[in-house]
Design a protein around this ligand. Sequence first.
Ligand SMILES: Cc1cc2nc3c(=O)[nH]c(=O)nc-3n(C[C@H](O)[C@H](O)[C@H](O)COP(=O)(O)OP(=O)(O)OC[C@H]3O[C@@H](n4cnc5c(N)ncnc54)[C@H](O)[C@@H]3O)c2cc1C
Length: 572
Amino acid sequence: AVYTDPSLLPNSPYTYIVVGSGPGGSVLANRLSANPNNRVLLIEVGPSDTVNPNIRVPFLCTKLVPADVSWNDTTVPQTGLGGRSIGYPRGRTLGGSSSINYMVWTRGPASDFNRLAHETGDHGWSWKSLRRILTGVETLVPPPDGHDTTGEIDPSIHGSNGPVKISLHDKTAFDSRIFKATSQLAEFPFNRDMNSGNPLGIGWTQFSIGDGQRSSASVSYLTPVLCRPNLDILVNTLATKVVQTGTQDGLPIFRGVEIAQSASGPHFSRIATKEVIIAAGAVNTPQLLMLSGIGDSAELSRFNIRTIVDLPDVGKNMQDHVLLLNPFWVNSSSTGDDIGRDSRRSKDGLAQWEASHTGPFAASVGGNIGWFRLPKHSSIFRQVRDPSSGPHAPHYEFLTVNQFFSSIQAPPSTGHFITIATIVLTPTSRGSITLASANPFDSPNIDPALLNSDFDIFTMREAVKAALRFVAAPAFKDYVIGPFGDLAEAKTDADIEAYVRSQSAHVFHPASTAYMSRKGSKRGVVNPDFSVKKTIGLRIVDGSVLPYVPAAHPSSNHLHHRGASSGVDPCQ
Ligand SMILES: Cc1cc2nc3c(=O)[nH]c(=O)nc-3n(C[C@H](O)[C@H](O)[C@H](O)COP(=O)(O)OP(=O)(O)OC[C@H]3O[C@@H](n4cnc5c(N)ncnc54)[C@H](O)[C@@H]3O)c2cc1C
C-alpha cells in the first residue's frame, strides 16, 4: 500500500527498510518484497510519480526540472566554470531521477565493469558475470513509428522479458545525414549497438521508453507490485537519520530510521529486523550518513554531530559528467524547433501522443550517440595517466539533438538548428558533498568540481573541435550553415576554452560519494556487497557506491546491481 502519512503506517515490524525510490531503491524494494516472508518499507521524500502527468510523456522530459518532482538545488560556485553556480536537479518522486531523466539507455564499456571487479576483488562485478542481468532487465520493443530497425540495433544482445521497456526513436532527416557522415569520416565510425560492451563509434540511441511512454524504475519495478501485501511505500516523508540500535562484536548496528515530513513536525522512528538500505542517490546518501554520525569525524564535529563510525571518505570523491550544448544553424525545416514556438503544433503533438502514444511527443532528446577516445598521442597523456578503464572505453561523448538545445543561451525565435552535446565521460576532477547544516531539511553543499582538472578541460576542448570536424563532413554540406552564438566566435584553443568554461554545465550524473572498495580496505565507504564498512545492518545501493562515474549514462548501470530482477512477478 502507498501511505502519505507516517503516523498511519502499520505497527508490525519491517524486515527491510529502504530509503529512496530511484533505480537503486525501487529494484531493491521489488526484489526484497518478492519473498512473502519479508515485510518491506520503502520511504520516499517526494510525492507519487502520478502527481505530474508530464512524467509519462517522453518529449516533456526537459520540462520536469525544476518542478514539483525535482530537487531544486544549486552547486557551490564552480571555479572551472568561471565561478558560476549551476542548478543541480535530481528526481524527487517515486522512481527518483529515472522519473525525470532523459531516458537514454546505455550500459557502458565492458572494461568499466571489469575495472570495478578488479579493484574490489569481487569477480561478480565483471562484465561476463553481469551480462545476463543486463539483458534480463530489458524488454526490447518497436519504436513508436514501428519502422524496421534492422541494422540499427543488435536484438541478440537485448532482453525480451525484463521489466524495463527499451526502444529506438522515430527516424528523422538529421539521422540519415549522421549515418552518411559515419561512412565518410574514418574518425567517426558507425556502431550498430553501443550496448555490446564496446560502445566506440556512433549509433542509434536506445531509450527506456516503451510504447511511447517513459519506462522509469517506478513504472517498471513498483507499479506492478503495489498490491503486494508485504510492501508498504511511504511518500512525502524524509528519512532524517539512520539510528544505531545496538552493538555486535564491537560494531554499531544501524537498524533504525527516523522519519519526518517537516523540520518542526513530529518525528517518527521505525526499526528493521534485518537491514536498512540507503538508496537516496549520490547527493543525499552521504548527507544522510553524516547526519547519522557516519563520516569524517572532523567534519561531523563542526556540526556537533557525535561520530559513531569514522569513515573519512563519506561525501568525498564526487564525480559528474560535464556537458556542453553546441547548437548549429541548419538549412532545414524538419527540426523540432517549431514545436516549441508554435502552440498549435505543440497542442497537436500532445493530442497525438494522448490518442496513440506516437508522434513527436513520444521521443526524448538525443537521437544518436557517439563515444570516442582522445588520440593515443594526445599531449595531455604526457602529463596525466589515461583515466579511462581500457582501450575500448571512451573519453568523451556526442549526443545529437534535432533542435536548438541549451541551458545557457536563450532559444532564438526564428531559424532551425541541430545541437551536438559534448560530454566528458572520464573526469579526473573530484568534488564533494559536505554538510551545510545539521538540519536534514537543508540541502548539503554540492561541489561536483566541474572542469577542475587539466584533463577535463583538454578533453572538452578536443570534443568541441571533434564536433566541428564532424559537421564539416560532406553529408552535412548545404545542411549545416554554421555554429550558433559564442562557438561561432571561438577560433583558437584559448577561445574554445573560454567558451567551454562559460557555457558548460553538468549532465545530471552525480556518483561515487560513498564508494566501494575491497573488503577490509580502509579506503572507501562500502564493501563489494554494499554493506557499510564498520557497521552491521546497513547497506547503500545507489549511484554513490560506484568508485568511478560510468563512461555511460548511469541510470541503466544502476539497475545492473547484482540481484537486479530479470522479470517481475506482478501480484495477481
Ligand atoms: C534531468 C536528468 C536527466 C538524466 N538523464 C539520464 C539519461 O538520459 N540516462 C541515464 O541513464 N541517466 C540519466 N540521468 C541520471 C539517472 O537518472 C541517475 O543516475 C539515476 O536515477 C540515479 O539513481 P539513484 O538510485 O542513485 O538515485 P536517484 O534516482 O537520485 O534516487 C534517489 C531517491 O531518493 C530520494 N531521497 C533522497 N534523500 C532521501 C531521504 N533522506 N529520505 C527519503 N527519500 C530520499 C530522492 O527523492 C530520490 O527519489 C539523468 C538525471 C537527471 C536528473
